[in-house]
Design a protein. Sequence first.
Length: 888
Amino acid sequence: MDSTQWERMQALFHQTADLPHGEQQAFLKSACGGDAQLMADVMAMLDADAREASVLDSSVAQVANQVLCEDSPPLAYREFGPYRVIRVLGEGGMGVVYLAERKDLGSLVAIKVLRDAWLSPARRERFASEQRTLAQLNHPSIARLYDADALADGTPWFVMEYVEGSPLTEYCTRHQCSIEERLQLFRAVCEAVQYAHGNALIHRDLKPSNILVKEDGAIRLLDFGIAKQLESLDASANQTLTGLRLMTPAYAAPEQIRGDRVGIHTDVYSLGVILFELLAGQLPFDLSNLTPAEAATIITEHEPGKPSSMGKLKSTVPGAASVGKIAWGDLDVLCLTAMHKDHQRRYRSVEALIRDVDHYLKGEPLEARPDSLPYKLGKFVRRNERAVSLTAAVFVLVVGMVVFFTVRLAKARNTALAEAARTQRIQKFMMNLFEGGDEAVGPSDSLRVVTLVDRGVLEAKTLNSDPKLQSELYQNLGSIYQNLGKLVQAESLLRSALEERKSVFGSDSPETAETLVALGLLRDAQGQFEEAERLVREGLDINKRKLSPNHPGIARATSALGKVLEDRGAYDPAIHVLEEAVRLQTPSGGPTTELAESLTELANSHFYSGHYAVSESLNKQVLAMDRQLYGERHPHVADDLINLGAIQYDLGHYVEAERFDRQALDITQSFYGKNHPATASALTILGRTLVSQGKIDEAAGMLREALGIEEQVYGKVHPRVAGTLNELGKIAQQQGKLDDAEADFSRMAEIYRSIYAGKHYYIGIALSNLAGVWVDRKNYGEAERLFREALQLYSETLPAGHLNVGIARVRLGHALVLDHRYPDAEPESLAGYEILTKQPSAPERWLQTARADLAQEYEASHQLEKAKKFRAELAQGEKRPPLVSAKN
């Protein structure tokens, strides 16, 4: 049988299966056109299907294999490359999974083989798609892909992690898990699914048998055989009938059964069914002994009962009887919101579902709410439109009398309705953005996101009829571009948003002020500090005129101004402004994320001012807040630990700094996985700390790993890539590998030039470090040229007394001293020294370099008293512990 015959046979199976049993044979006789063998094969498939408890428990491919492959020979290949087969683990519609051992290592793996690959090209493509999907996922709760190849006859196979565990529901039953334990396991499943969604993948076949739990309670999500890229989910729903039957409909969403577009909401529904089964001890619908058409009607039209009302509940779920009525009400809402027939009324994301699980576990109110009476009435009207229409005529006269009295209320309500409509349009826009579009452009998360945002910008530009919505989308998309490092695109969108808002709301409106502040923070990120400060101050002034004194908009703009001042190096004014922001944001009801962010910036300003004790106290306060807000193992907590480590690093307490940095790396890796940019940042910071302890090889390995992650995620041109190259260049220079150091610093400079259009002090840092390589080569002329180019950039982007200016002038002076050009060196060394002495966090290394050079310069010019003064300061400085500024 070739693939064309197979496709025809399965199409006939689907068409016939939905007919009443008495009509099936007549239909087939006509449809097969006298092909007796074809009719016999389809009838055999229908008979096999009828023998199952429900067609929903087996796919058409499984039925076909029962009919066509009952006498399939035993496995002809006992070895797959370096792997030796031990036994069969399981069989499904897609293929066979074997337990195997790697001969050279002795490790156990699972090998999945596509059985009867000749049956359908579509099956081969799904198998290859599963392989590609697993290759791009790296999460502790998702089974990993190790290897892939094909047999001599072209049969594809791939090797994945062998998971020795039980299906989720079986594990909970065997271990007599409580409600809370079941929710914790369910939460872990949700985190794995959320990670897949973050990689633009929808699983589409979530069920307990695809979720294994190991004896230590760790979960593994399996079987991405019908997973889909978010960008490819808007293919025609009727493209094939086969795809609609590949899922397990007992856990499938109504839109899957109908053949409608699927998306994130589809996996949310399946998770709701799984949660229902975990809580109630049974599925929401009994689909056994139903025809496919009957089962489809149940899933798409019937409402499930509440988990709390299920008969098996008290006997199958330990502790269920002791859960209070209010708590069960919340659990019912959790399940039924996730399982809502209308996907727009489900949780918008798995992250939102996780939040409500956390709210329940903490005894907090849920974000989800049960359906309101108006919503239920609307559903009733749509289901019974004809009867309702007849009844409604009776009330027309009465309603007419009421209308007059409701007009005024309607006017007052119109504003709220308009806002709701605007919110719906935004939601529709975002759903269209993330559910449609082209195939993924590559393996990188950020590339996929950039593609989506690019498409979003094109969509937003079509909304000229709604300038309010358009301006809001421009601002939101601009902020996303900024987070992705696409600063030029971000600036263009934010400036468009600013013009739109000035036109729609007025130049003196809070909406315009919001965009002014956002644009100011972008210009701050671009190193344009003067314009950044002007924009943020303008926004803050508008808010102070238009908003009440305690309005959050004033606090946000105040905090933004403090950050800009901090980045300019104006630490004392920054501290004053940030203290005001903290005062405005300090609530009576506990910590907030906005307060934690402002306190972090305040701690940073004290840090750069050399107020280490104050900075440490503030950072510890933020750490306690973030632990309360997010829990012990959250990325915000990791950031706080990194900040505490930076203080210890600057104080020369490298062992203590390493302890903080390793804790941060552990949290970041466990939260994001090993191949995430946040993990790369944590590796870079720890690598820098290890260099200070002389652990060069370990540090270099970490930095190279970080660079690989960042290049994979962001591409070759990104600020984070440049930052890691800076640290690698320092290591190479320290090891005397000057060619490598030159290459790293040169590439760093080119990246910054490309991103910041040649105008940012980061370029100056790269040039200054590159000049240091030429100093080591004793090419002082080239070093001088690069130092002076860096100083010219600093003069255009930084205040004259900035720390980086002081360091660069000291380094230039030192190069001139080494070249015995003492008269030229003296003004540079002295100017740099005077700047550094006014900076509490100035690195002692460069202060000592300046003292030694100035002493030598004054001795050369016979100014012996001045030379003596600097010799004394040099000796005194040798008694102090070294400080290394984290900002440089």
